[in-house]
Design a protein around this ligand. Structure first.
Ligand code: T3D
Length: 266
């Protein structure tokens, strides 16, 4: 049963389409869901709502209509033209920080083109499930900007430096199939199967050991900056935390009883 919770938003929809799974839909289909400052603030707010809701244990971000998101709205955002740096600091940064510290798995359901900061948002999620019709376009070089919204952090981590450079500087389209081959997306689905495929993965994540997931995610991201000694220390600390969780007890009990675990994310 879908629970609609979208009355306070102008540019997005927020609903809970299945137990434990929240969905944020960028909802300016006539503008390919291009970001306005209002939309970016609303995504941040909806992410915070999902973070605070104990029953939500996975979050999907997608776009209405034929696009995922065309990046910053280049036609309708006077705020952006005046002070790009301040726009990033006051709108995009809080969105990316909230996403990065959500403590719950995030999935971009990439239904169509993801360009500029729209691509950045998709690669800031933990997983990407792409429609066969989706494509990824960095877009920044074409308008003489540098990548933003975390693209410089996330893209080389996902595809390596050479491929990141190619995508950014040559600004070539990356099809869904290529994105799968490059490890940028987790799964590609036919357009009519995109929702079901994404929901299946989201539901699996929402019933998994979410607390261990959030510790693991944090460790994976930190691992690029740490030497082996510090990684081993981090493992000792976080395994200490995971090892005292209710989910760990449940996991071991389920193993011994040869049944499926019933994880609560704690
Ligand atoms: O202030 C700041 O700018 C700082 C923040 C920066 C963050 C960023 O995201 S910068 C990057 C901004 N995004 C872009 O540069 C992408 C521009 N769009 C495109 O490259 C292409 O439109 C797409 C690859 C996204 C899609 O191509 P396609 O062929 O599927 O569609 P189209 O025909 O190009 O576009 C359809 C319509 O959407 C068209 O309007 P029209 O002519 O039918 O009235 C097009 O102008 C409009 N549109 C597409 N992207 C944007 C947009 N309108 C406003 N802003 C857009 N970003």
């Amino acid at each position: 049963m879908t629970t609609q919770v979208n009355t306070i938003y102008e540019n997005i929809l927020y609903d809970v389409p299945a137990p434990g799974v929240a969905k944020i839909t960028l909802n300016r289909p006539d503008a390919l869901n291009a970001f306005t400052p209002t939309m970016v603030r609303e995504i941040t707010k909806a992410l915070q709502v999902a973070k605070d809701a104990a029953e939500v244990r996975a979050v999907i971000i997608t776009g209405a209509g034929r696009a995922f998101c065309a990046g910053q709205d280049l036609k309708a955002t006077p705020e952006a033209v005046n002070d790009v740096s301040n726009l990033l600091k006051t709108t995009y940064r809080p969105m990316l920080e909230t996403l990065g510290t959500l403590g719950k798995p995030t999935l971009a359901m990439v239904n169509g083109v993801a360009a500029g900061a729209g691509m950045s948002l998709s690669i800031a999620c933990d997983f990407r499930v792409a429609s066969e019709k989706a494509k990824f376009v960095t877009a920044f070089a074409k308008i003489a900007l540098v990548p933003d919204s975390g693209m410089i952090y996330n893209l080389p981590r996902l595809v390596g430096l050479g491929r990141a450079q190619e995508l950014i500087s040559l600004n070539r389209d990356l099809t869904a199939k290529e994105a799968l081959d490059w490890g940028l997306v987790t799964r590609v689905a036919a357009p009519e199967e995109l929702e079901a495929t994404t929901m299946q993965i989201a539901t699996q994540l929402a019933t998994s050991a979410t607390y261990a997931f959030s510790l693991t995610r944090q460790m994976l991201h930190q691992s690029f900056e740490l030497d082996l000694d510090r990684v081993l220390k981090l493992e000792e600390t976080n395994q200490g935390l995971a090892g005292t969780s209710a989910d760990f007890k449940e996991g071991v009990a389920a193993f011994e009883a040869k049944r499926l675990p019933n994880f609560k994310g704690k």
